[in-house]
Ligand binder design. Sequence first.
Ligand SMILES: Cc1cc2nc3c(=O)[nH]c(=O)nc-3n(C[C@H](O)[C@H](O)[C@H](O)COP(=O)(O)OP(=O)(O)OC[C@H]3O[C@@H](n4cnc5c(N)ncnc54)[C@H](O)[C@@H]3O)c2cc1C
Length: 385
Amino acid sequence: MNYDAIAIGAGLSGCSAAIQLAKLGYRVLLLEQSHYPMHKLCGEFLSIEVTEAFANLGILEQVHRIGAQPIHRAYLTTSGGASFRCPLPSTALGLSRYQLDLMLFERAQGLNVTCLDNTKVTGVTGNLAEGFTVSTSKGEFSGRLVLGAFGKRSSLDRSLNRKFMQKRSPWIAYKGHFTGVDIGDVIELHSFPNGYCGLSQIETGEINVCWIAHERVMKEPTHPELGIASSLAQNPILADRFRHMQRTSPSLQGLSQISFARKENFHNDICMIGDTAGMITPLCGDGMAMALRSAEIAVPFVSQFLEDKISAIAFKQQYVIAWQREFQTRLQLGRMMHNCFVQPSLANIGVGLCQMVPTLGNWIIGATRGKPQLINNEFASNAIS
Ligand SMILES: Cc1cc2nc3c(=O)[nH]c(=O)nc-3n(C[C@H](O)[C@H](O)[C@H](O)COP(=O)(O)OP(=O)(O)OC[C@H]3O[C@@H](n4cnc5c(N)ncnc54)[C@H](O)[C@@H]3O)c2cc1C
C-alpha cells in the first residue's frame, strides 16, 4: 500500500501527527520500534499548554479519568543551600509516559492509522518529489511523505548520518518510580554538582524521580547509605528525599549521550518533529508540550503539500520558519538555564536571586514555555476530582 504519510516513532509527536492526519482523511502508517505499552525515560511533568493538544487529539477526558496529578507549585534547591518556592503560572500535570503514550497510540489505532509496534526503521530513501521507501524490520513501506518522530537519539540518526551525531554528548539520565515521601502538588528540582534531579507525583501516587548529569558523575563512588552517586547526595534536600524513598520500579531506566545540539528540521526531505527536530533541556519540563506542538505546526503544511497546494520547497521553507519562530528562543534559554543549574556556584546565585526577586523566577519559568491557548480551570478542577 502506498501511504500518504509515514511517521517514524510512535511517541508524542509521531502519534499526534498521525492522529491529526488521519482525522483529515489521509492514509497514515505509524512505525514504532518498541512494544506498547512501555515505560519511558522522562520527568513525566506536563505543562499547561498540553491541555488544548489533548482536547484536539481526543484524549483529554481519558487524562481526567486516569487521575493525572495536578501540580501547582515549584520548589528549587541547590547543593549550596539556596532554595526558591513559587506557584506555577498555571496547573501542570503529573502523568506517566506508560499511560500517556499508550492513550495516544490507541487513539491513533481507533482512527484507522496503521500502527505497527515492534517495527524498527532501519533506513529511508526517496524524496518529496518521487515519494519515499521506508525499510523496517518487517519489510518495506512506501509513502508520499515521511515524518521523522524518532526522538532525541536513535540508531536511525546514525544511518541517516545526521550532523549532531558526530559530536559526543556527555549527558546521561536515569528515571524510576518511588514511594515513601509525600510531595503533593509540587514539582521539585534539586541541583547538584554537574546535574539536577526532578521529583513529581504521577497518577498512581508514586513519585517520578528523574535526574540528568554529566557522565563524570557516574564514575564517582556510590554514597554508602543512599545508593546514589555522591554528587547527588551533596544536595541536602535531595539526600533527605532518597533517605526516605523506596523504589517501586523493578529497575532504573537509563540513557546516555543526550544531546541538546541544534538539529535540522529537514534531513533528506524527511520532515522532523518533536525531539528529532530539536530538544529543550529537561530542566524546563516542556519537551512533551513542544513535541505535541511541533506536530500541530507541521500538519497544516503536510496537508497543503499532499493536496498539491504548496510545492516541496514552500513546504520546507514555511515549516522551518514556523518551527524556529516558535521554539528557537526557548531552546536557547533552556540551554542557558541548564548550563547554570549544573554549576553549583551559578545555581546558588540564580536560585538565590529568584528567592530575593520572585518575579524573576516566575518570569524565567514562563519564558521557557509556550502560551497556553486554552486556560482551562475546569480542566484543573476535573483533574483534581
Ligand atoms: C531526563 C529527561 C527528562 C525529561 N523530563 C521531561 C518532563 O518532565 N516534561 C517534559 O515535558 N519533557 C521532558 N523531557 C523531554 C520529553 O521526554 C521529550 O521532549 C518528548 O518525549 C519528545 O517526544 P517525541 O515524540 O519527540 O519523542 P519520544 O517520545 O522519545 O518518541 C520517539 C519514539 O520513536 C521510537 N523510535 C526511535 N527510533 C526508532 C526507529 N528506528 N524505528 C521506529 N521507532 C523508533 C522510540 O522508541 C520512541 O517511542 C525529558 C527528557 C529527558 C531526557
